[in-house]
Write a protein that binds this ligand. Structure first.
Ligand code: HAM
Length: 417
């Protein structure tokens, strides 16, 4: 074998692809019903877009972006996520001039050069939602509600929704100083990664998975809620109230900080213990400063993205839907291939999945192929019958073969299939 797929990428084949299509169709129907419209942005974007929005000292920007220089020396990358792309498209297309909250959804591949493992790919797929143009806690609640309903719609019933508030940009700075002050005398108790984070991105220490880091943080009784300003605190209270009105079950996780710098105020994650180390099915939050950061007017915004691969791991089972041909058209002699191809096309146009032997082999070989394909019927074309305006139809499970009128074929197959 000369060529292999790139590490951390997948070929998605049938019958698995049918599950993807089914899930995508369900998501599209559901999100459209909630007033979200699809947006498709390019997979290639300027590298700087993500450096600015996700943040220079995040794992994604520091080491996970696939980037390259184009022929004119510009820094291009494969998008690692879509929120920044949608914020760019929003500003570039002056969508802020439209009235009300603009509600988008998207489906597509994202790229991160992470170490591949179960549920962690270098090319993975997200279904995401962004609502731009409001600071109201109502829309936080709508988005969180939508996120967990979408997870349910896609067939997952066991998960935990965790929420937190990071406060505004000023609060985040205060929280960082507070955490630094709390841990600076205990730094040696943290893992080397966290020691690096201390000066660069101290918030991320809170969601380190290292057991010793977790224990040290608990011992130090770090409570970032205590550092949040009155306005942000009120906003968070209201989000929780609206969630209760909507019957959304959540747990507060004071250590939930997220790995992207653009978040302010509400953040949330949907996690499953069945996923192992990569336990987030989906995640999101508010990013009230991002639109302005990218050159637009101030606009409140909130969104989330689900990881399709992780949803598929949790669902486990394959699709019930079988995309098998119903009828296989065979010919008794080689003069009849023109009749066969015309009949196959006509059956398909009439909504019946029909196949034939494209290698135009003997009747015996055609019958063997029909058998292997597991079709319900074989339609046998013979010169003599055709002259009388008839075909033979064989039902494969019973072996019963009967003559039918050509003009009745579609009616019969539709009735019986
Ligand atoms: P994120 O937490 O980086 O957020 O990714 C969201 C989801 O994408 C994760 O919960 C996970 O299910 C999936 N995911 C992430 N990385 C991988 C990977 N390497 N392999 C497989 N699945 C993965 C964002 O991307 C934000 N843009 C979400 C958002 C939208 N926030 C506001 N709006």
């Amino acid at each position: 074998m000369k060529y292999h797929r790139i590490r951390g990428t997948d070929d998605i084949l049938s019958p698995e692809i049918e599950v993807w299509q089914e899930l995508e169709a369900k998501a599209v129907e559901f999100l459209t019903r909630f007033g979200y419209r699809q947006i498709r942005t390019p997979i290639l974007e300027p590298l700087e877009l993500f450096q600015r929005s996700i943040g220079e000292s995040t794992d994604i920007v520091e080491k996970e972006i696939f980037n390259f220089k184009d022929k004119k020396g510009r820094n291009i990358c494969l998008r690692p996520e879509a929120t920044a792309s949608i914020a760019r498209a929003y500003v570039e297309n002056n969508l802020y001039q439209l009235p009300g909250v603009k509600k988008f959804y998207y489906l597509g591949p994202m790229f991160r050069a992470e170490r591949p493992q179960k549920g962690r790919k270098r090319q993975f797929h997200q279904i995401g939602v962004e609502a731009i143009g409001s600071y109201s806690p109502v829309i936080d609640a709508e988005i969180i509600h939508l996120c967990q309903r979408l997870v349910q719609i896609l067939g997952i019933s066991e998960f935990r929704l965790e929420i937190n508030s990071l406060g505004c940009a000023e609060d985040k700075r205060r929280i960082s100083d507070y955490i630094r002050a709390k841990i600076k005398n205990n730094l040696s108790n943290f893992c080397p990664q966290c020691q690096k984070r201390f000066s660069r991105n101290v918030l991320r220490i809170l969601d380190c998975k290292n057991p010793q880091c977790i224990a040290t943080i608990k011992n130090l009784k770090i409570d970032i809620g205590s550092q949040i300003c009155q306005d942000c605190y009120q906003h968070y209270l209201q989000v929780k109230d609206y969630l209760k009105v909507l019957g959304v079950k959540f747990v507060e996780n004071n250590y939930l900080v997220r790995g992207l710098d653009y978040y302010t105020r509400t953040v949330f994650e949907i996690v499953s213990d069945k996923l192992g180390a990569q336990n987030a099915i989906g995640a999101g939050g508010r990013y009230d400063n991002l639109i302005q950061e990218i050159g637009g007017p101030p606009q409140g915004a909130v969104g989330f993205a689900l990881g399709m691969e992780r949803i598929l791991i949790l669902r486990g089972k394959l699709s019930e839907i079988k995309y098998q041909p119903v009828v296989f058209v065979v010919v008794q002699d080689s003069t009849l291939w023109k009749v066969a191809i015309a009949e196959v096309m006509s059956l398909r146009e009439n909504g019946i999945l029909a196949e034939m032997d494209y290698q135009q082999r003997s009747l015996k070989s055609q019958m063997r192929l029909a058998n292997e394909k597991g079709v319900k019927y074989v339609l046998i074309l013979g010169a003599e019958e055709i002259q009388k305006g008839e075909y033979s139809l064989k039902q494969m499970d019973t072996g019963i073969q009967r003559r039918i009128k050509r003009e009745d074929l579609i009616k019969i197959l539709k009735q019986e299939a």
